[in-house]
Design a protein around this ligand. Structure first.
Ligand code: 9WO
Length: 247
C-alpha cells in the first residue's frame, strides 16, 4: 500500500516511520510512505503557505494554491482512484471497521492541516472525505495521519511477527482486551490468577473471554450493543462475570 502525507512538517511523518510495527511494515515493503510539503509549491520569496481569514478573527488559514498543488503532486504518486483524506475534527469518526476498509485500499493521500484550518475550497476541489480520530482539537493533522498509518500498517499481511488476528484473537472481536500478566507471579501484593498459571488452554480461553465480555459490558456498553448478537457461551460467561463481581 502506498501512502502519501501532505504536510508542512514532513519530518514528523518520516521520523515516525522508523519505529515499531510501522517501521517493520515499511522495511518489509508492506507499506510505502511518502510526504509532500506545500511549501515546495510556493514561488514568493517568503514561501507563504498561509493567509489571514476572510471575515477577520485570530489565526491564519492555509491558502489554496500551494496546498492544492501539493495534493496533486502526492496524488500522482499513488495508484489511480486512491482516496484523498483530510484529517479534521469535522470528519466522520475513525473506528476499527473503517481502519479495516482503509487497509484494503491500494493507496491513500492523507492531508494534514495546520493553523486554524484550510481554505474550504481545497476541501471542495481536492478532498474526497474528512476523517476524525477523536473529538478533540490538536495543533495539526500530522498526529491523526500517523494514527491512521499505524492502525492500517499493523493490519497488513506479514506486519506482525506472530500469526495473530487469525483464529486466536478473532473470538474477542469487538470487545475490549482481557487483562495481561507476566512474571513475577506476585507483584505489589497482587498475584497472577491461578487459571493463567496452569496449562488448561480451554479454561484459559474461557477466562479471557469472560474478562473481555465483562470489561466491555461495564466500561463500554456502547461497544457491546453495536456488536453482533452474543453466542450462548458469551451470555453464560458474562452472567458468570457479573455474578462473581456482584452486579
Ligand atoms: C482551531 C481553532 C481555533 C479556534 C476555534 C476553533 C478552532 N478549530 C481549530 C482547528 O480545527 N484547527 C485545526 C488544527 C486545523 C486543521 C488541523 N488541526 C487539527 C486537526 N486539529 N485537530 C485535528 C484532528 C484531526 C483528526 N482527528 C482529530 C483531530
Amino acid at each position: 500500500m502506498k501512502i502519501e502525507v501532505v504536510t508542512l512538517f514532513p519530518e514528523m511523518i518520516r521520523q515516525a516511520m522508523e519505529f515499531g510495527i510501522t517501521g517493520r511494515a515499511v522495511k518489509r515493503g508492506l507499506i510505502a510512505v511518502g510526504t509532500e510539503d506545500p511549501r515546495a509549491h510556493t514561488s514568493d520569496v517568503h514561501r507563504t503557505v498561509d493567509d489571514r481569514p476572510y471575515g477577520g478573527g485570530p489565526g491564519m488559514v492555509m491558502k489554496p494554491e500551494p496546498l492544492v498543488a501539493a495534493i496533486a503532486a502526492a496524488t500522482a504518486r499513488v495508484p489511480a482512484g486512491s482516496r484523498r483524506i483530510y484529517l479534521s475534527p469535522q470528519g466522520e469518526r475513525l473506528g476499527q471497521r473503517r481502519v479495516e476498509a482503509l487497509s484494503k485500499e491500494p493507496g491513500l493521500v492523507l492531508v494534514a492541516g495546520r493553523y486554524e484550518g484550510i481554505d474550504e475550497r481545497v476541501i471542495a476541489t481536492s478532498i474526497d472525505e474528512e476523517l476524525s480520530v477523536g473529538d478533540y482539537v490538536l495543533s495539526g493533522g500530522e498526529l491523526p495521519a500517523l494514527v491512521v498509518i499505524d492502525a492500517v500498517a499493523r493490519l497488513m499481511e506479514g506486519a506482525l511477527n506472530d500469526a495473530r488476528s487469525s483464529a486466536e484473537e478473532s473470538f474477542a472481536e469487538g470487545l475490549l482486551d482481557w487483562p495481561h500478566y507476566t512474571r513475577p507471579v506476585e507483584y505489589a501484593g497482587l498475584r497472577v490468577p491461578e487459571v493463567l498459571q496452569g496449562g488448561d488452554h480451554e479454561r484459559i480461553r474461557r477466562w479471557r473471554l469472560r474478562e473481555a465480555l465483562g470489561r466491555t459490558w461495564r466500561r463500554r456498553p456502547d461497544l457491546f450493543l453495536s456488536r453482533r448478537a452474543s453466542t450462548a457461551e458469551e451470555v453464560e460467561l458474562l452472567n458468570e462475570f457479573l455474578q462473581e463481581r456482584q452486579s
